[in-house]
Design a protein around this ligand. Structure first.
Ligand SMILES: Nc1ncnc2c1ncn2[C@@H]1O[C@H](COP(=O)(O)OS(=O)(=O)O)[C@@H](OP(=O)(O)O)[C@H]1O
Ligand SMILES: Nc1ncnc2c1ncn2[C@@H]1O[C@H](COP(=O)(O)OP(=O)(O)O)[C@@H](O)[C@H]1O
Length: 218
């Protein structure tokens, strides 16, 4: 019996343009700050925080990618906690579940060909590592190494004030830990005490993606 002829869509005459390797599988986890600071009681502990500029950076990266013709989507922890993750709090298990869900969603977006920018505190190393394992070779950890005093001085939402007054318990950087990465792909920090502009930091991230061949070239 003759083999039935299949009219495959990807015949040699209508090949889709080739994407660079891994172009469809990227998640950029933007963790928040960490630097060691010596607290008054002389216990060395890392300081890191909300308000380090994660969301601002994520938007800046997204804009920069758009201008280069790359689709992206920002998954912002603070926003997701109003919807997908509204049943989660800030206990260690809930933070782990928060990050796991975001990793799974990022995987779906990446599968659809978008650069997915996850902007989360993700304070525990094991949760970030679990996410990394979920997205082998396409997880890029961006560590915003901003000191606690900078974040606290910004306090755009007044949360540090509330946490200092004991009205929020388990606040990252104050009475809940942030574990800085032992190894990450990109670290962003201040230079001579000055925080780079979001555009400059986004440029660094996008250059990294470009160099590593993650982006579609026009
Ligand atoms: N206890 C406590 N600790 C840290 N952050 C707190 C807390 N309670 C509320 N918030 C607000 O929640 C935002 C962080 O959410 P994330 O989903 O990124 O956190 S995590 O990754 O699960 O740790 C964070 O928003 P960002 O400022 O955008 O980081 C805070 O506004
Ligand atoms: N690179 C930066 N330089 C100066 N201010 C910044 C920078 N990035 C963010 N900010 C300001 O800091 C505050 C918190 O930024 P945001 O991106 O919401 O932080 P996060 O998402 O980490 O909570 C905002 O008022 C924002 O305008």
């Amino acid at each position: 019996m003759p083999t039935p002829h299949l009219n495959l869509p990807h015949s040699s005459s209508s090949k889709p343009p080739r994407l660079p390797p891994l172009a469809r599988l990227i998640v950029s986890a933007i963790s928040t700050s960490s630097s060691l600071h010596l607290s008054e009681n002389r216990h060395r502990r890392p300081s890191r925080c909300s308000i380090s500029g994660k969301s601002t950076l994520a938007c800046s990266i997204s804009r920069e990618l758009h201008s280069r013709g790359n689709l992206s989507y920002v998954l912002d922890g603070d926003n997701l906690r109003h919807g997908l993750n509204k049943n989660l709090g800030f206990e260690a298990e809930d933070r782990a579940e928060n990050i796991r869900r975001v990793g799974e969603v990022a995987k779906l977006f990446a599968d659809a060909g978008l650069v997915c920018i996850a902007s989360l505190i993700s304070p525990y190393r094991k949760d970030r590592d679990a996410c990394r394992a979920m997205l082998p070779e396409s997880f890029i950890e961006v560590f915003m190494n901003m000191p606690l005093d900078l974040c606290e001085a910004r306090d755009a939402k007044g949360l540090y004030k509330l946490a200092r007054a004991g009205k929020i318990k388990g606040f990252t950087g104050l009475d809940d830990p942030y574990e800085p990465p032992l190894k990450c792909e990109i670290e962003l920090s201040r230079r001579d005490g000055i925080c780079p502009t979001p555009g400059a930091m986004a440029g660094k991230v996008v250059s990294y993606l470009e160099e590593k061949g993650f982006l579609e070239t026009k």
